[in-house]
Design a protein around this ligand. Structure first.
Ligand code: SF4
Length: 328
């Protein structure tokens, strides 16, 4: 395979077909970093509005480093996988106001692994650093006809290219838009004459992990002012997040709350990695002692309160059918 030719095809395809995205306007290293962290485990279309909101709230690395964890988590609310936000915040504090230029230095920051470091070094600083995510691994396996040594092959291509920034983003975009997991659009692919596979034969499908179904009760408890009772997380994984009180489950941290349930407001589905959850949302009453764990929250101001997306879904159900009974 002529690596220079393949690299040139990827770069020129990207120059013509790239999607206009906010972090591509200036390739500011901080914005590239935020985008890469958000794009891990989240689709592009979902990320863009969160990205805009986040960089408006924290326009520079220093602004992010100076922010409280509570503010950072609130701006991340709804994106899920909150550990990403916590690590980004910790890394911003460790970076001292400057995004490092090299993979070696980047990987010394908390939560920055080989992929994120390669993405920042190549996309923000145009360095010859390879990146391999799911999309890139698939494209490489198909064009080389082998799933072996994806990082080594990515390095060969980045060494053969003119502009590492375009090469790496081009590989990712081809994987996202053309060389899709099933039914790749080989007829319009810029690599079709070089590709060893020209099909979805690779990568070989791995057996799916079994998903577990479970049902969890959530409680909507209001006070006389119409505020909602919420539990503030303080564990290592969910610090500063607000949750609705829940019934018996080992999935959510915090003790189940003893309540008197009133009405079933509705149910909704929610999937977390290998768990398929059905939440059942009830209006309820309960006696809770004033403590740091519990807070009465005005849901009109939820945008400044960090909360996971299942809480947002539950509050939407409640908002469409407001309960009328106050807490005891
Ligand atoms: S020719 Fe087909 S299989 Fe090969 S890289 Fe292009 S889309 Fe993927």
């Amino acid at each position: 395979m002529d690596l220079h030719r393949v690299a040139r095809k990827i770069e020129s395809w990207f120059a013509r077909h790239q999607r206009p995205l906010p972090w591509r306007e200036t390739y500011d290293p901080y914005r590239v970093w935020v985008s890469e962290v958000m794009l891990q485990q989240t689709r592009m279309e979902v990320v863009v509005p969160y990205f805009e909101k986040f960089v408006k709230r924290f326009p520079t690395l220093r602004a992010l480093a100076a922010a409280s964890e509570e503010d950072v988590m609130a701006a991340w609310s709804g994106l899920g996988y909150y550990r990403r936000a916590r690590m980004l915040h910790a890394a911003a504090r460790a970076a001292n106001g400057v995004v490092p230029r090299t993979v070696e230095k980047l990987t010394t920051l908390p939560g920055v692994g080989r992929y994120t470091a390669g993405a920042i070094a190549s996309i923000a600083y145009n360095q010859r650093a390879p990146i391999v995510d799911g999309n890139v691994a698939r494209v490489l396996a198909r064009i080389f006809g082998s799933e072996d040594d994806a990082w080594g092959r990515a390095q060969q291509l980045v060494d053969a290219c003119k502009t590492p920034r375009d090469l790496n983003q081009g590989l990712m975009e081809i994987g996202a838009l053309i060389c899709t997991p099933r039914k790749p659009a080989c007829l319009v692919c810029p690599l079709r004459t070089d590709c060893a596979t020209r099909s979805d034969a690779l990568p070989v499908a791995k057996p799916k992990k079994e998903t577990r179904a479970l049902r969890i009760a959530l409680y909507l408890i209001t006070d006389r002012k119409g505020r909602v009772l919420m539990r503030r997380e303080s564990g290592p994984l969910m610090n500063a997040m607000y949750h609705l009180p829940h019934g018996d489950t080992s999935l959510l941290s915090g003790k189940p709350l003893t309540v008197v349930t009133l009405d079933l407001l509705g149910t909704f589905k929610h999937t977390v990695t290998t768990r398929r959850i059905e939440f059942a949302l009830y209006t309820a009453t309960a006696r809770v002692r004033a403590s740091r764990e519990w807070a009465w929250v005005d849901t009109g101001g939820m945008s400044s309160v960090a909360h996971p997306s299942y809480v947002a879904k539950a509050l939407r159900i409640w908002a469409s059918r407001p309960p009328s009974l106050p807490a005891s």
